[in-house]
Design a protein around this ligand. Structure first.
Ligand SMILES: Nc1ncnc2c1ncn2[C@@H]1O[C@H](COP(=O)(O)OP(=O)(O)OP(=O)(O)O)[C@@H](O)[C@H]1O
Length: 310
């Protein structure tokens, strides 16, 4: 099935099989069948943008943490519909870049646009934009006193007024999408690390965001669970018509499912291209990172040799 950006999907519900119809009614602006309550605080319609507008455009950005410049001169584009990996050694600034995408960190210079719209600074507009971002944070962030199903239901209960029965169906669909429908009634302590990560993924998908951002989705997972999570990222991206950004230092697990790669090191972007181009790169910074060499242009302790000049 050809990939289609979420923004270009039709706003009107066509006759669909029930589970798809349930997903479609979350889309704000959709014509709802009469028997569904209209959500009072549903996510707002994403702005109508040219389908060629990238999912993310970062232009000449400088990012600071604790008064220190972490990233200089960041300019990058994340095209719609693909899986983009943002790679770099520990402490290189991957999470800092992610914070600029979600609006948690305001750049000291430059601009960040999501689907052609500048990331807002005003709180209400920012919250509205964040409903269009599915973010899987480092660690799972699952609430331990809630079952898997209750965790996945949380964003739906917080941001919509959908009836309970509809929420239950949606939760079942999301858990099914990550292969965990049978785990609905289990508590996080009863799940393996890989299962918990997939429940967190289902929760990040709950509001059908067009853009998914994964921050170190493989931390703490064994190679098999890592493979399952990464192939799930790819499959969900393609079947749901999403754009995905995977922030990670797990190069070898991520490259097989990525369309684009961006490498950050020494306070800058040092590579953008395809996974094949990355593998062939002879840039010393890139090679040191890919080959896991302790000695080279990337210092082991990145805070010890922070970049100073732009
Ligand atoms: N809130 C903060 N205040 C001050 N410095 C910070 C803050 N957050 C991050 N840093 C510093 O910014 C730099 C980049 O950190 P960041 O977490 O973005 O790196 P990362 O590439 O995501 O690392 P990791 O892969 O280990 O998560 C580090 O030197 C870190 O110490």
């Amino acid at each position: 099935m050809p990939k289609r950006p979420a923004e270009s999907r039709p706003a009107t519900i066509r006759p669909l099989a029930p589970p798809q119809a349930l997903t479609a009614i979350q889309r704000p602006g959709a014509k709802l069948p009469r028997f569904f309550a209209i959500p009072r605080s549903a996510p707002e319609d994403p702005p109508v943008t040219d389908p060629d507008t990238p999912a993310v455009r970062v232009t000449d950005v400088r990012l600071e943490r604790g008064g220190r410049t972490v990233l200089h001169d960041v300019t990058l584009v994340v095209p719609r519909g693909g899986v983009t990996a943002v790679l770099g050694p520990s402490g290189s600034g991957k999470s800092t870049l992610l914070a600029a995408l979600t609006g948690e960190l305001v750049p000291a210079a430059g601009s960040v646009e999501i689907f052609g719209e500048p990331v807002p600074r005003q709180q209400k507009a920012l919250l509205s934009m964040r409903k269009r971002l599915g973010v899987l944070l480092q660690g799972n962030g699952l609430l331990t006193d809630m079952t898997a199903a209750e965790n996945v239901a949380l964003p739906l209960r917080t941001h919509t007024d959908l009836p309970d029965a509809v929420i239950r169906s949606l939760v079942e669909m999301k858990l099914h999408a990550v292969g965990l429908r049978a785990a609905a009634d289990l508590y996080p302590r009863e799940l393996s690390g890989g299962m918990a990560r997939r429940v967190a993924l289902a929760r990040a998908l709950a509001l059908d965001p067009p853009l998914m951002i994964y921050d170190e989705p493989l931390t703490g997972l064994d190679p098999i669970a890592s493979g399952v999570v990464m192939s799930l990222v790819r499959r969900l991206n393609d079947t749901l018509g999403l754009t995905s950004i995977v922030v990670t230092h797990h190069v070898h697990e991520t490259m097989p499912v990525a369309d684009h790669a961006i490498v950050i090191a020494n306070g800058r972007i040092v590579f953008t291209g395809t996974p094949a181009e990355l593998a062939a790169s002879q840039d010393p910074l890139v090679r040191q990172f890919l080959d896991g060499q302790p000695d080279g242009p990337i210092p082991f302790d990145t805070t010890a040799r922070a970049p100073e000049a732009a």
